[in-house]
Design a protein around this ligand. Structure first.
Ligand code: PLZ
Length: 475
């Protein structure tokens, strides 16, 4: 058990004192009770009814992983239309870091939506947009002069980072990595590595995108490749130099910890060596922190862990507590290289999304959610390692802070075992725990709890996961 000062809140309820005696400001007035409770099978009858309507109304290309239809959510709980309380270990894919319907987000949105909902920042601007950019410039790594621009989605931010990098360098080529995920638009599909389901049948793709080998310690070891970070960087750099040419390369775009590609944490020294090579060759180093950002990994941004300062950083997801907002932040001289009117969009930096972001950012800072993420890791990692020690289906346990994963393999090998990962995840769902899978082979079970989750709720979710893993043991 953690001591009182450093422990996670014990399932706070709205306005009630937490175990440490401090009033909780983590949950909104309407937040659900912070306890897992199943009152029907999963999904229940009302969710199944809505799923049937979905089939007749929504394009079938838009899938749903766990078709319980949500009625409300808050803290670490999602409540469905049948009244089931599920433990949220996904945060809507690393979005609700501050919790769902976080009070500061709700208050900011309410206040803004009553005053005005849209003017278009490119037409008649407003203060919230400027304040979000100021916050991003202050909080992202590096103390150099910075500028930001706001967009609607992560993919749009990545697209704009590439536009800016090409404009600033006068070069065309963009380097992405094996297992990378950067989005589903045409340019970002080209940068995303995995074919099914993201790319298959959707080409042709944007040109001048090249792929370099990633540092993937678990698989590099299995392949007999040097797992040392600088050595893995040298391997990537050799690929870039021989297949692209440093002088043609506008930017290297990398997730400091890969998200959809399998929560791949590169070996120490990989990112710094890559960033150094970029600096020496006039190549811009772009950190895609869309999934890792806003305290998720125990630092405000994952790059900080090794002191890497990117030239450009893309953010989205955790930036606004669930409202659609994304950003590119970077060196002032790079960002300002683009001609006036060269960046924008109708909704980019929408005032309601900006109000939400200001609430979310204040919450991350005031509640020290980076510290909360580290404590989530401190609780979860030992339990996952214990589970791995007794279960040969878990080939690797990895991650940082509240971005954690287990990679599921054929026992005794490193061969990916997607069906077993799917079985474990489905078993968690049936018991009311929202888990997600990821990875190039779909065999990685990932945990992304809201950073405000109570410790007992987190432990409850993890024990359901442990039972689900153990149920697969032979005998
Ligand atoms: N870059 C690192 O993680 C989004 C995508 C889920 P958008 N990841 C979740 C899915 O199946 O579509 C993501 C990311 C990183 C870019 C993106 C793209 O962000 O806001 O989904 O466009």
């Amino acid at each position: 058990m953690l001591d009182a000062d450093t422990s996670l809140p014990h399932s706070p309820t709205s306005g009630q004192p937490t175990s440490s005696g401090a009033p909780s400001t983590l949950l909104s007035e309407q937040a659900p009770e912070q306890r897992r409770r199943l009152v029907t099978e999963i999904p229940g009858p009302r969710s199944r009814e809505l799923a049937a309507r979905k089939a007749g109304a929504v394009a079938s290309g838009v899938g749903t992983m766990l078709p319980v239809y949500v009625e409300r959510a808050g803290g670490g709980i999602v409540v469905d239309v049948d009244g089931n309380h599920l433990v949220d270990l996904g945060s809507g894919i690393a979005v609700t870091n501050v919790g769902n319907a976080a009070p500061a987000v709700v208050d900011g949105v309410r206040e803004q939506v009553g005053r005005f909902t849209h003017t278009c920042f490119m037409i008649t601007p407003y203060q919230g947009y400027v304040e979000v950019c100021e916050a991003l410039n202050r909080l992202t790594p590096g103390d150099h002069e910075k500028r930001s621009a706001l967009f609607n989605s992560g993919a749009e931010a990545v697209e704009n980072a590439v536009k800016i990098a090409r404009h600033a360098t006068g070069r065309d080529a963009v380097v992405a990595f094996d297992h990378a995920y950067h989005g589903r638009t045409n340019l970002t599909m080209a940068m995303t590595a995995k074919s099914m389901p993201y790319k298959s049948g959707f080409g042709p793709f944007a040109g001048e995108i090249y792929r370099a080998p990633m540092s993937y310690p678990f698989r590099d070891t299995a392949a007999g490749v040097d797992v040392d970070g600088p050595a893995a960087a040298a391997r990537a750099i050799a690929t870039i130099e021989s297949q692209v040419g440093a002088g043609n390369t506008a930017c290297v775009v990398i997730e400091p910890i890969q998200g959809e590609g399998g929560f791949v944490v590169p070996a120490p020294g990989f990112l710094p060596a890559l960033a150094q090579w970029c600096r020496q060759n006039g190549v811009l180093f772009v950190a895609d922190e869309i999934q890792t950002g806003f305290a998720r990994t125990g630092d405000l941004f994952a790059c900080e862990h090794e002191g890497v300062v990117p030239d450009l950083i893309t953010t989205a997801k955790g930036i606004a507590g669930g409202l659609p907002l994304a950003a590119v932040t970077g060196r002032a001289e790079v960002m300002d290289a683009v001609h006036a009117g060269g960046l924008g969009g109708t909704y980019g930096g929408n005032p309601v999304a900006c109000a939400a972001a200001l609430g979310a950012i204040a919450t991350v800072e005031e509640q020290d959610l980076a510290g909360a993420a580290r404590r989530i890791g401190d609780v979860a990692l030992p339990l996952l390692r214990e589970l791995a020690a007794e279960n040969p289906a878990i080939g690797d346990v990895r991650g940082r802070g509240a971005m954690l994963a287990i990679e599921i393999v054929q026992p005794g090998t490193t061969l990916p075992h997607q069906q077993e990962a799917a079985r474990i995840s489905a078993a968690c769902h049936r018991q009311g725990v929202v888990t997600l899978t990821c990875g190039t082979w779909g065999n990685v079970l990932r945990l992304l709890p809201p950073l405000v989750i109570g410790e007992d709720l987190l432990r409850d979710g993890l024990s359901v996961l442990a039972d689900a893993v153990r149920a697969g043991l032979p005998g």
